[in-house]
Design a binder for this molecule. Structure first.
Ligand code: SF4
Length: 363
């Protein structure tokens, strides 16, 4: 399903007129619609969100408004799917731009995971616990749910991986190699001895049977293009020019970057850490550009810069614009039609929910 072109009347409106329309429609729809906004959205979208958070916080928020029939999710596809899975059948979830996907989630395809699973089964390997980062499709979460696995977030991944290692001999960690490597190291595993990188384009992920059997964690070869860009050289450069500046990065950054940073944390942890730091603090932040710029604007008594001189926005997340949001709200108001509904197929939803509920019960 691809995004249909926006109607001409919206395309010809000025940005200011779009904002006026959005404020009006929000007010008129407030009893039957809630807008959720991810931290990486642009300012002219996020100001219309009733609730702002990272992917897990927003999925939980969706469940806290059972009286709102319509949930408009300003984020990416997997987030809207998760909200649909966790909310009641009476609620509907819409994504303002259908092409807003997640590059990392797209790197784990269910058919490739099935193939990997068959390959390790053929070696007689048992007791494998699949763990998927919440940044994955509903179909991947369903695979994990059907194989006694679990979902994790960047905030609870240490706890979840520890749980999985206690239950199984091996963990298949999907789809982000960097988060998987960072948390497996945090829980005491050796990156060289206990982990291997599973390349889905190669037989047995590119390894021999002995290596697969002796590794505890198999890291799927996926990554976030936004966070993988941060480098050790950027940390060294900031440290040489601003010795007092603290460096905080997201665990989707590489292990070399995380090891050198002063702090590593999920989006919510980054926000909490900087917000609770004393005035005058200086921070270089290794995460998405819109969020860093918003923190700098809201906390003017601290110095907050990106770790990179050329930080990236999440290009897929930024496909959602104020104009797309206006289209969804206007159609809902004028015609009572919810455009761009994200509906996960019931069997997939039920299996994925098992993996999500396991995580929520644990953390
Ligand atoms: S920032 Fe990275 S992980 Fe997050 S939605 Fe964008 S591509 Fe996906």
């Amino acid at each position: 399903m691809h995004q249909e072109p926006l109607p001409q009347y919206l395309l010809s409106m000025t940005d200011a007129a779009i904002q006026t329309l959005l404020f009006d429609r929000r007010k008129k729809l407030k009893d039957r619609c809630i807008i959720l906004g991810h931290h990486y959205q642009k300012d002219d979208v996020i100001i219309h969100a009733d609730f702002v958070g990272d992917s897990l916080k927003l999925a939980k928020a969706a469940t806290q408004y059972p009286d709102k029939q319509n949930i408009v999710f300003c984020g990416v596809h997997f987030m809207a799917e998760t909200a649909d899975i966790l909310t009641s059948d009476k609620q509907r979830v819409a994504l303002p731009e259908l092409d807003a996907g997640c590059d990392m989630a797209d790197m784990a395809k269910p058919a490739d995971i099935e193939k990997a699973w068959h390959e390790v089964n053929a070696l007689g390997i048992e007791h494998v616990i699949p763990v998927t980062y919440v940044n994955s499709s509903a179909a991947v979460k369903a695979f994990v749910g059907d194989h006694d696995g679990i979902v994790c977030t960047s905030g609870n991944a240490d706890q979840i991986v520890r749980w999985a290692l206690n239950r199984g001999q091996h963990v298949l960690f999907l789809p982000d190699q960097h988060l998987g490597r960072n948390v497996s190291k945090n829980v005491g595993l050796d990156p060289e001895r206990d982990m291997l990188l599973w390349d889905p384009t190669k037989s047995l992920g590119g390894h021999n049977a002995e290596n697969v059997k002796s590794s505890r964690v198999w890291l799927w070869k996926g990554h976030c293009p936004v966070h993988e860009e941060f480098t050790v050289a950027e940390i060294e450069d900031i440290r040489s020019r601003h010795p007092k500046m603290k460096i905080i990065v997201h665990p989707e950054c590489s292990m070399a970057v995380c090891d050198l940073a002063d702090a590593v944390g999920s989006t919510e942890k980054i926000i909490d850490t900087i917000t609770s730091s004393p005035p005058g603090s200086e921070w270089a932040v290794g995460t998405e550009k819109n969020l860093v710029e918003r923190l700098a604007k809201n906390l003017r008594d601290r110095t907050i810069v990106s770790l990179s001189p050329t930080p990236s926005v999440c290009s897929t997340m930024n496909k959602v614009t104020a104009r797309h949001l206006a289209w969804i709200l206007d159609e809902l108001y004028q015609k009572n039609i919810l455009r761009n509904q994200i509906k996960v197929e019931p069997a997939i939803s039920a299996s994925a929910k098992k993996a999500l509920i396991r995580m929520m019960e644990l953390s």
